[in-house]
Ligand binder design. Structure first.
Ligand SMILES: *[C@@H]1O[C@H](CO)[C@@H](O)[C@H](O)[C@H]1NC(C)=O
Ligand SMILES: *[C@@H]1O[C@H](CO)[C@@H](O)[C@H](O)[C@H]1NC(C)=O
Length: 405
């Protein structure tokens, strides 16, 4: 209720209050008309609900969370609650009632319409809801009517949990010195360093393999995907970012709550090449990380940053093997400055630094990358502008936070 009061107050302090809009009337009606009804409904049935829902407190907690009815902290607190199931349900119901009528209405709707809930708690059918008119009321009606008023407070995107320390691994394949006339990719070490700086700032362990052939890249990536046979890693001369430089690997790598992979090489079609000139497709690279049932990366975000000098094509959506992937590539043409690194990776690092400081979701950050790189001027623009691309099957917001190590 306090939220509504503030809103109404603002309206009345404004001269335009005389022109009461239709929308505002609807809003008022919803506030006053439905006010307390849903909350009362929960209160009236609290004891019964407590008995029924304790049958599977985990399910109900997760469903309520999925509906966005709890904050992260509330969810975590409830989840980690010691004691009996009834206590947890009691606490959950109190929380929901505390949150007011909108939340109660959404909760009641969940109980009465969700198939999984109906199946898990068949006894819910026995409850005589006093006020059936509450059902089928659009849950968001009141807040949606009012634009960015109360809704802003309630709408929270689902977000990947990044609680592990370190946050995860960031693996860089950095190809500089090629055989057979492909030449040297000067400036790529600057890219590797910028990536290492930003991802270690975001709490990741950063590992790098330098100058790998196609088969070595393929093998190394398989090794990083499974982390089952760590002795194999030796043959790829893995280095680790530590104390502002790359040194020997410090300890056995482990997966955390997110995985980053960046390939820095020459691009060719829809893939990159090893230093031997052989081709590895992006599809094969990401496909290596398609999770299996027992994978530690299941359900965790996997982000691929592919810099292919000369150019890399193809629609990113065709490189996504599964959910929880984000693939970004440098586009075609793709430019590299021999001292300051590639436009794409440098922009990614800069935008990550700025965007993560503001708590932005990764998709917003990549939009800024596209904006920045595509606006850059090439003298004469012989090949036209560079337009990076990204595609994603992420299911939630992905927000990296600094200083998590
Ligand atoms: C049922 O909800 C309507 C609004 O939909 C409200 O006007 C009415 O007072 C409620 N009835 C009860 C018994 O709570
Ligand atoms: C490459 O980067 C350096 C350092 O930022 C800059 O001074 C130089 O003008 C750049 N070269 C080109 C061709 O853009």
């Amino acid at each position: 209720m306090p939220v509504f009061l503030v809103v109404i107050e603002e309206y009345f302090s404004d001269v335009t209050v005389l022109i009461l809009e239709y929308r505002f009337l609807v809003f008022l009606f919803l506030c006053v008309g439905f006010s307390m009804a849903a909350k009362d409904e929960v209160r009236r049935n609290k004891t019964t609900l407590q008995t029924i829902l304790r049958a599977d407190h985990r399910l109900i907690l997760n469903m309520v969370d999925e509906k966005g009815l709890l904050t992260r902290r509330e969810y975590n607190n409830l989840k980690s609650m010691k004691g009996d199931d009834e206590g947890l349900i009691n606490e959950l119901l109190d929380k929901i009632m505390d949150k007011g009528d909108d939340t109660c209405r959404a909760f009641l709707e969940l109980l009465q319409t969700d198939e999984e809930i109906k199946n898990t708690f068949p006894e819910l059918k026995k409850i005589q809801w006093t006020n059936t008119s509450l059902l089928h009321t659009p849950v968001q009606a009141s807040s949606a009517e009012h634009g960015d008023g109360p809704s802003q407070e309630k709408w929270k995107p689902k977000q990947y949990e990044l609680n592990s320390r370190p946050t995860g691994l960031c693996v860089i394949m950095n190809n500089e010195n090629f055989k057979d006339g492909f030449g040297q990719r000067r400036g790529t070490d600057q890219d590797a360093q910028s990536l290492a700086e930003v991802f270690s700032w975001l709490g990741f362990r950063v590992l790098m393999c330098k100058d790998q052939t196609r088969d070595q890249m393929d093998q190394a990536l398989k090794c990083f995907a499974s982390l089952s046979d760590l002795s194999q890693l030796q043959q790829f001369s893995v280095q680790e970012w530590s104390g502002n430089r790359f040194t020997d690997l410090q300890e056995a790598p482990k997966h955390g709550d997110a995985f980053i992979c960046s390939i820095l090489s020459h691009g060719e079609g829809s893939g990159v090449i090893g230093i031997d000139g052989n081709y590895l497709s992006i599809k094969d690279i990401t496909g290596t990380f398609k999770v299996t049932d027992h994978s530690t990366l299941t359900g965790k975000p996997k982000v691929f940053l592919i810099q292919g000098f000369g150019g890399i094509g193809g629609d990113c959506s065709s490189y996504l093997p599964d959910t929880d992937f984000l693939v970004a590539h440098s586009g075609q043409p793709s430019y590299r400055n021999t001292t300051s690194g590639t436009w794409f990776i440098q922009s990614v690092c800069r935008q990550l630094r700025e965007g993560c400081s503001r708590g932005e979701d990764i998709s917003i950050i990549f939009r800024d990358v596209i904006d920045e790189v595509s606006k850059k001027e090439v003298p004469g623009r012989p090949l036209g502008p560079q337009i990076p691309q990204f595609g994603s099957t992420l299911r939630k917001a992905l927000v990296f936070s600094p200083h998590r190590s």
